[in-house]
Design a protein around this ligand. Structure first.
Ligand SMILES: [Zn+2]
Length: 290
């Protein structure tokens, strides 16, 4: 099939052609994968911020007012976030993995929706919002439990949430956060934070290494719903290019890796993946590899 003929194919057929050419894929997903689940994206189709810059680790560590603002917003954002369910994109990727087509799925999302859809061994590059961790002693707890602690510390807190962001934050533009009480770590009195990688923080090296190993074992890389503007995700596209592996992206709009892509399919990822996952044949040598 010539490149020109391929351009005229419908998005699912284009992806199917790539899947027919390469058996084993390294998959990297981003916010665009979860938008259909009601979790909004940070960035618009040109890669620019849609709203104020999200919390940085520096502000969270050093600024008590910033922490109060974060947890007050999170108190409202969490129930919406916790109620989100997987969409077609998550289920289709789980099917592709079950068909032996995915070496490893790495996500930049912190929502746990790939696991909820049935994908195994997901690498949560930026952590999980359904856990909290103490910055000082490493105490961890489920976010649902922390919600009860937050509510108990702020029985009269009320403000109107405007929107929920991908990190479970909610916009409370006009609220006064000075009355919000942030509970300390119950074990050491330290600062408790969601178990996610904030902007300005580093991804744990073991996670990056595990992902790079999976990439090395794959024949090609599929990017789903990510503009790759953040380096922690972009690095895998760069590594794939250096290893000579083709990169295909399903993304609405610009990505930081546009120059590295073998193909960019600009269509809603759920539609494209669902159509392909139902028809994709298993990898021929899957049985021999497991
Ligand atoms: Zn602690």
């Amino acid at each position: 099939m010539s490149a020109q003929a391929e351009v005229r194919l419908a998005p699912p057929a284009r992806l199917a052609a790539w899947l027919a050419r390469h058996r084993r894929w390294f998959v990297l997903t981003g916010a665009g994968c979860s938008t259909a689940s009601g979790i909004p994206d940070y960035r618009d189709s040109a890669g620019a911020w849609k709203r104020a810059m999200p919390m940085t680790i520096q502000a969270f560590r050093s600024d008590a007012a910033a922490r109060a603002r974060y947890w007050a917003r999170s108190l409202h954002g969490w129930p919406v976030f916790a109620a989100a369910a997987p969409n077609d994109a998550h289920y289709a990727l789980a099917r592709l993995q079950a068909q032996g087509r995915i070496v490893r799925l790495v996500t930049q999302n912190v929502d746990g929706l790939h696991q909820a859809a049935g994908t195994k061994a997901v690498i949560d590059l930026h952590g999980r919002l359904d856990r909290v961790v103490c910055l000082h002693c490493g105490w961890r707890a489920p976010r649902a439990q922390w919600q009860q602690v937050l509510l108990a510390a702020n029985p009269h807190w009320c403000a109107r949430p405007l929107a929920v962001a991908p990190d479970g934050d909610a916009d409370l533009a006009q609220a006064d956060f000075s009355a919000f009480r942030v509970p300390p770590c119950p074990r050491c009195g330290g600062i408790v934070k969601p178990d996610v990688v904030f902007f300005g923080d580093t991804v744990p090296p073991a996670r990056v290494q595990a992902a790079l190993q999976a990439l090395a074992a794959a024949e090609a890389m599929l990017v789903v719903g990510s503009s790759l503007m953040v380096y922690s995700g972009f690095r895998f596209a760069r590594a794939a290019a250096e290893m000579g592996k083709p990169i295909v992206a399903i993304n609405l709009g610009r990505t930081r890796a546009d120059a590295l892509l073998a193909d960019k399919i600009e269509a809603p990822c759920g539609q494209v993946l669902a159509a392909v996952a139902l028809t994709a044949p298993p990898a021929r040598d899957h049985a021999a590899r497991i």
